[in-house]
Design a protein around this ligand. Structure first.
Ligand SMILES: [Zn+2]
Length: 331
């Protein structure tokens, strides 16, 4: 038996708690260890790099091909950050598990603004992960919209906002669905991917639905919806069938229903209310988070941690300025 096999057979005897504390200790060891291998150049991808002194207490490398220098965090989400990888890892976990920014700030002993910037850099990277950009709905998928109250968190309401500030919690001032709400269009495959996106306050037009779902519906999909005419534009973007689930005969309603998408809506509203709303201009960043966290939060924590911490050949870095300017929703 090799050392590795012996170790694995020993680990097999441990309890779940013991394994997770072992993993934590191992990841700490990895963090403090100097990288044994030289990372590939984040600019040209070649492996011909040499150690080239230190910068910001990190090993610096020089690429022999393109002549540029870099540190192990260049082009990762945590580039230019003073916080160690352990803090970023915890922030990724908190983000996917739906914890509030203030909760993370308190837990990690950092300022609110620092936690806010980290949260949004993580969300911007999440929006760019192939798992999110290439999400595809197929087989039997359900489509519907849900409405959440708009929110201007973090700023004073001025003349550009058509309502006064809400007092005593998140309650609409007008009855029914009004312009105080913003619409989140959602689609979810039964036992598959989920997509959520906002383009407008009102119910979506055919053009808006095409903008959201073009390239994200597989051929042969059965698209179930609630009778909104706009969904009948789907056959224009994929070879699919659209079926209204309203007025089903009772024996058919056990298959033609929207329970899956309604479950997704409950999840979105629960998270949204727990945050006490998110600023409406950032809603699509959070829509991406809701879609990614709904069914496989743990897998996404692992995937995002990798994108945040390691040079992957893709530039996931965003500056603090990007947080205020990139992919905002103006409605
Ligand atoms: Zn290079």
């Amino acid at each position: 038996m090799t050392n590795q096999e012996m170790l694995i057979s020993y680990i097999n005897k441990l309890t779940e708690d013991e394994i997770s504390s072992l993993l934590e200790a191992a990841s700490l060891m990895l963090e403090t260890k100097e990288p044994a291998e030289k990372p590939p150049c984040p600019y040209c991808g070649c492996g011909k790099v040499i150690r080239y002194g230190h910068a910001c207490q990190k090993q610096r490398f020089l690429c022999k091909i393109c002549g540029r220098t870099f540190v192990p965090t260049t082009n990762t989400v945590m580039a230019n950050s003073h916080f160690p990888a352990s803090v970023w890892k915890e922030m990724v976990k908190d983000t996917l598990h739906g914890n509030a920014i203030d909760f993370s700030a308190k837990r990690l002993g950092i300022f609110h603004q620092a936690a806010f910037d980290m949260r949004h850099k993580i969300l911007l990277a999440l929006q760019e992960l192939p798992e999110v950009t290439d999400a595809c709905l197929g087989e039997v998928s359900e489509f519907d919209e849900t409405f959440v109250l708009d929110c201007y968190k973090g700023r004073k309401l001025d003349s550009t906002v058509a309502r006064t500030a809400r007092k005593h919690g998140a309650k609409a001032q007008k009855r029914g669905i009004s312009n105080e709400y913003i619409c989140i269009c959602t689609g979810i495959q039964r036992k598959g991917d989920a997509i959520a996106a906002t383009v407008n306050r009102a119910k979506p037009s055919a053009g808006e639905l095409i903008r959201i779902f073009d390239g994200h519906i597989a051929d042969g999909t059965l698209a179930l919806c609630d009778g909104l005419r706009s969904y009948h534009a789907f056959p224009g973007i994929a070879d699919c069938t659209v079926k209204d689930c309203n007025n089903q005969r009772s024996e058919e309603s056990c298959f033609y229903h929207l329970n899956t998408v309604n479950g997704f809506h409950s999840f979105i509203k629960k998270r949204y209310n727990f945050y006490r709303g998110v600023a409406s201009k950032y809603i699509n960043r959070y829509n991406a988070l809701f879609s990614a966290a709904y069914r496989n939060a743990e897998a996404m924590v692992r995937r995002l941690t990798e994108a945040v911490l390691t040079v992957t050949g893709v530039n996931y870095y965003h500056s603090n300025k990007d947080i205020r300017t990139v992919r905002l929703v103006a409605i």
